[in-house]
Design a binder for this molecule. Structure first.
Ligand code: AMP
Length: 546
């Protein structure tokens, strides 16, 4: 016998319907790309999202079509998300920090039909347009007054674009399993892979993220997602905020310490989230100006491990609670948050910081296990570490176009590629990652790409790239080189060889020459041994950042 409850599909646009009905006047405050602060409300945002839907519909965008966005966190970007998914099309967030050729590859793989871009990226797109045959038109997220002269095909200013329809339109009724959003993740091997979120997974993920032991978002909160909407689904915050009727503050293109502080303070933000690099810049700003954070209640820190000193500073110097969080694009992205269960809540000082160094426990909707290489479950003793695997309604079951084939084990768990311990109270801690990507400011640099490039130099016998700790960017690449017998070369010669072939920020911060690179039994470079050897290595750029 089935239950006798209503069939009410979990659709993302119901979130903005709810916000506009229950929290109509609540504000979305953005730093616009043009400069000034812009304010709107949920009621207005929904009305304009409907215009986006109507305009896309008029252009022939249909169920399952991909619409790309290359944009910062602003009210316009939010309108676009809801407008796109409201007709069953898919918002595809493109990360502008990728190397241009990767952007082209991703847009082509997704077969995006329309590209909505901020002013910032118009020159980039003009240089790439010849490589983007699937794009039928470009919408520049600005008004006529700021619209640049551009060679982009069928380019139109967003404000004109949505003004050309009357907004008399309704979001579509869809199956809750319809695709809503898409985000590519760059692995260590092969091409980037597309993760495809559904309406249902996004709604359930937002409910999970809202719970008191996760981010605990309410209508009394002022929420500022500093994590970009193009990074891992914005940690769900562009959906979680409206779901709970929170006031939203969107930081636009400026993420430096002073700009973030200005928004935190002027708009009394209570809850914010970003990678450690952003918070490092904020803390430096606070220290150099003697400012305080009287309104901020909690800061969610993830994307890479939150340094203990950062947690300590936020909590002890500024009275702001740190919630260490872990997740990944494939998980929508939240996997665990380090809020304190009764077993740990009375801890203080170093004992509390020990627990907060862990990545925390999963909310309802994420199941975890750790296994050995043979898939056998390992104990939850806080010491034994193994492959971290996850299962749940907002975890990917396959990649777009089935890239990489089957990604689940026989119990339906997805291997995260991370290595972790889990303690007896269910707190997970990442100890290593099976991937060797370098995390710089929350973005990934592929060590393999750099190695492949470096070994292309005629004097190089072997190259390895590892991430070395950096006070500002978390990690930066260190290039380790073995020269061919009898050859001599300096750092500058190698760097000059690589320059122009990769994104500027992918360039190694330093080069060291060694006689030999350690290998595993199967002939692979032993990254762990290299990391051990260079664990105290001080990059020249690190000294400058301190
Ligand atoms: P992404 O899909 O770009 O969000 O990257 C996901 C990966 O980032 C995870 O698989 C982890 O390796 C890493 N990661 C995310 N959060 C944390 C954290 N709090 N501590 C350590 N690593 C993290």
């Amino acid at each position: 016998m089935f239950g006798l409850m209503q069939d009410w599909p979990l659709l993302c646009h119901r979130i903005i319907d709810h916000a506009a009905t229950q929290h109509a006047g609540r504000q979305i405050i953005s730093r616009s790309v043009e400069g000034p602060i812009h304010k709107t409300t949920y009621a207005e945002l929904r009305a304009r999202a409907l215009r986006v839907s109507q305009r896309l519909d008029r252009e022939g965008i249909r169920l399952g079509d991909r619409v790309a966005t290359l944009a910062w966190n602003t009210w316009r970007h939010m309108e676009c998300w809801y407008g796109i998914l409201g007709i069953g099309a898919i918002y595809h967030t493109v990360n502008p920090r990728l190397f241009p050729d990767q952007i082209a590859w991703i847009v082509n793989d997704a077969q995006d039909r329309i590209l909505l871009t901020d002013l910032t990226f118009v020159p980039l797109l003009e240089s790439l347009a010849g490589k983007l045959p699937t794009i039928e038109s470009y919408v520049v997220l600005t008004d006529a007054a700021h619209m640049p002269k551009t060679t982009l095909k069928n380019a139109v200013a967003y404000e004109d674009w949505i003004a050309s329809v009357d907004g008399d339109f309704a979001f579509l009724d869809l199956d809750e399993n319809t695709a809503a959003g898409m985000c590519y993740t760059s692995g260590t091997t092969g091409h980037p892979k597309g993760v495809v979120y559904s309406h249902r997974s996004n709604v359930l993920h937002s409910m999970m993220a809202s719970t008191a032991d996760a981010m605990g978002v309410s209508s009394r909160d002022v929420v500022m997602p500093v994590v970009p909407m193009f990074h891992a689904n914005c940690w769900g915050m562009a959906l979680t905020g409206p779901m709970n009727g929170a006031t939203m503050v969107m930081p636009g293109p400026r993420m430096d310490g002073a700009s973030i502080y200005e928004l935190l303070n002027d708009y009394r933000v209570t809850c914010t989230a970003a990678v450690p690099t952003v918070w490092l810049m904020l803390l430096q700003h606070l220290e150099s100006t003697g400012s305080t954070l009287p309104y901020l209640d909690r800061v969610v820190i993830g994307g890479s491990a939150c340094p203990r000193a950062m947690t300590k500073k936020f909590q002890e110097n500024y009275g702001v609670d740190v919630i260490h969080a872990w997740g990944m694009t494939e998980m929508s992205p939240l996997g665990s948050l380090c809020t304190l269960k009764p077993e740990y809540v009375d801890l203080d000082g170093e004992g509390r910081l020990d627990i907060q160094s862990k990545q925390g426990h999963p909310p309802f909707g994420v199941e975890m296990k750790i296994t050995d290489d043979g898939g056998r479950n390992l104990p939850w003793d806080g010491k034994t570490f193994g492959r971290l695997k996850v299962r749940g309604p907002s975890v990917a079951r396959a990649y777009f176009k089935d890239e990489g084939g089957s990604i689940l084990d026989e119990e339906g768990f997805f291997d995260t590629g991370d290595v972790a311990t889990i303690d007896r109270y269910g707190y997970m801690q990442i100890t290593d990652r099976s991937k060797d990507v370098i995390k710089s400011g929350g973005e990934w640099i592929s060590s393999i790409d750099l190695e492949n490039l470096a070994v292309g130099h005629p004097k190089v016998a072997e190259a390895a790239v590892i991430g070395v700790r950096h006070p500002k960017w978390d990690e930066r690449p260190l290039l380790v080189i073995v020269l061919k017998k009898g050859e001599t070369a300096g750092k500058n010669e190698l760097l000059a060889f690589m320059e122009g072939k990769i994104a500027k920020w992918w360039m190694p911060d330093d080069v060291v020459f060694v006689d030999e690179i350690p290998h595993t039994a199967t002939g692979k470079i032993q990254k762990t041994a290299l990391r051990d050897r260079f664990k105290d290595y001080v990059l020249p750029t690190a000294e400058a950042a301190e």
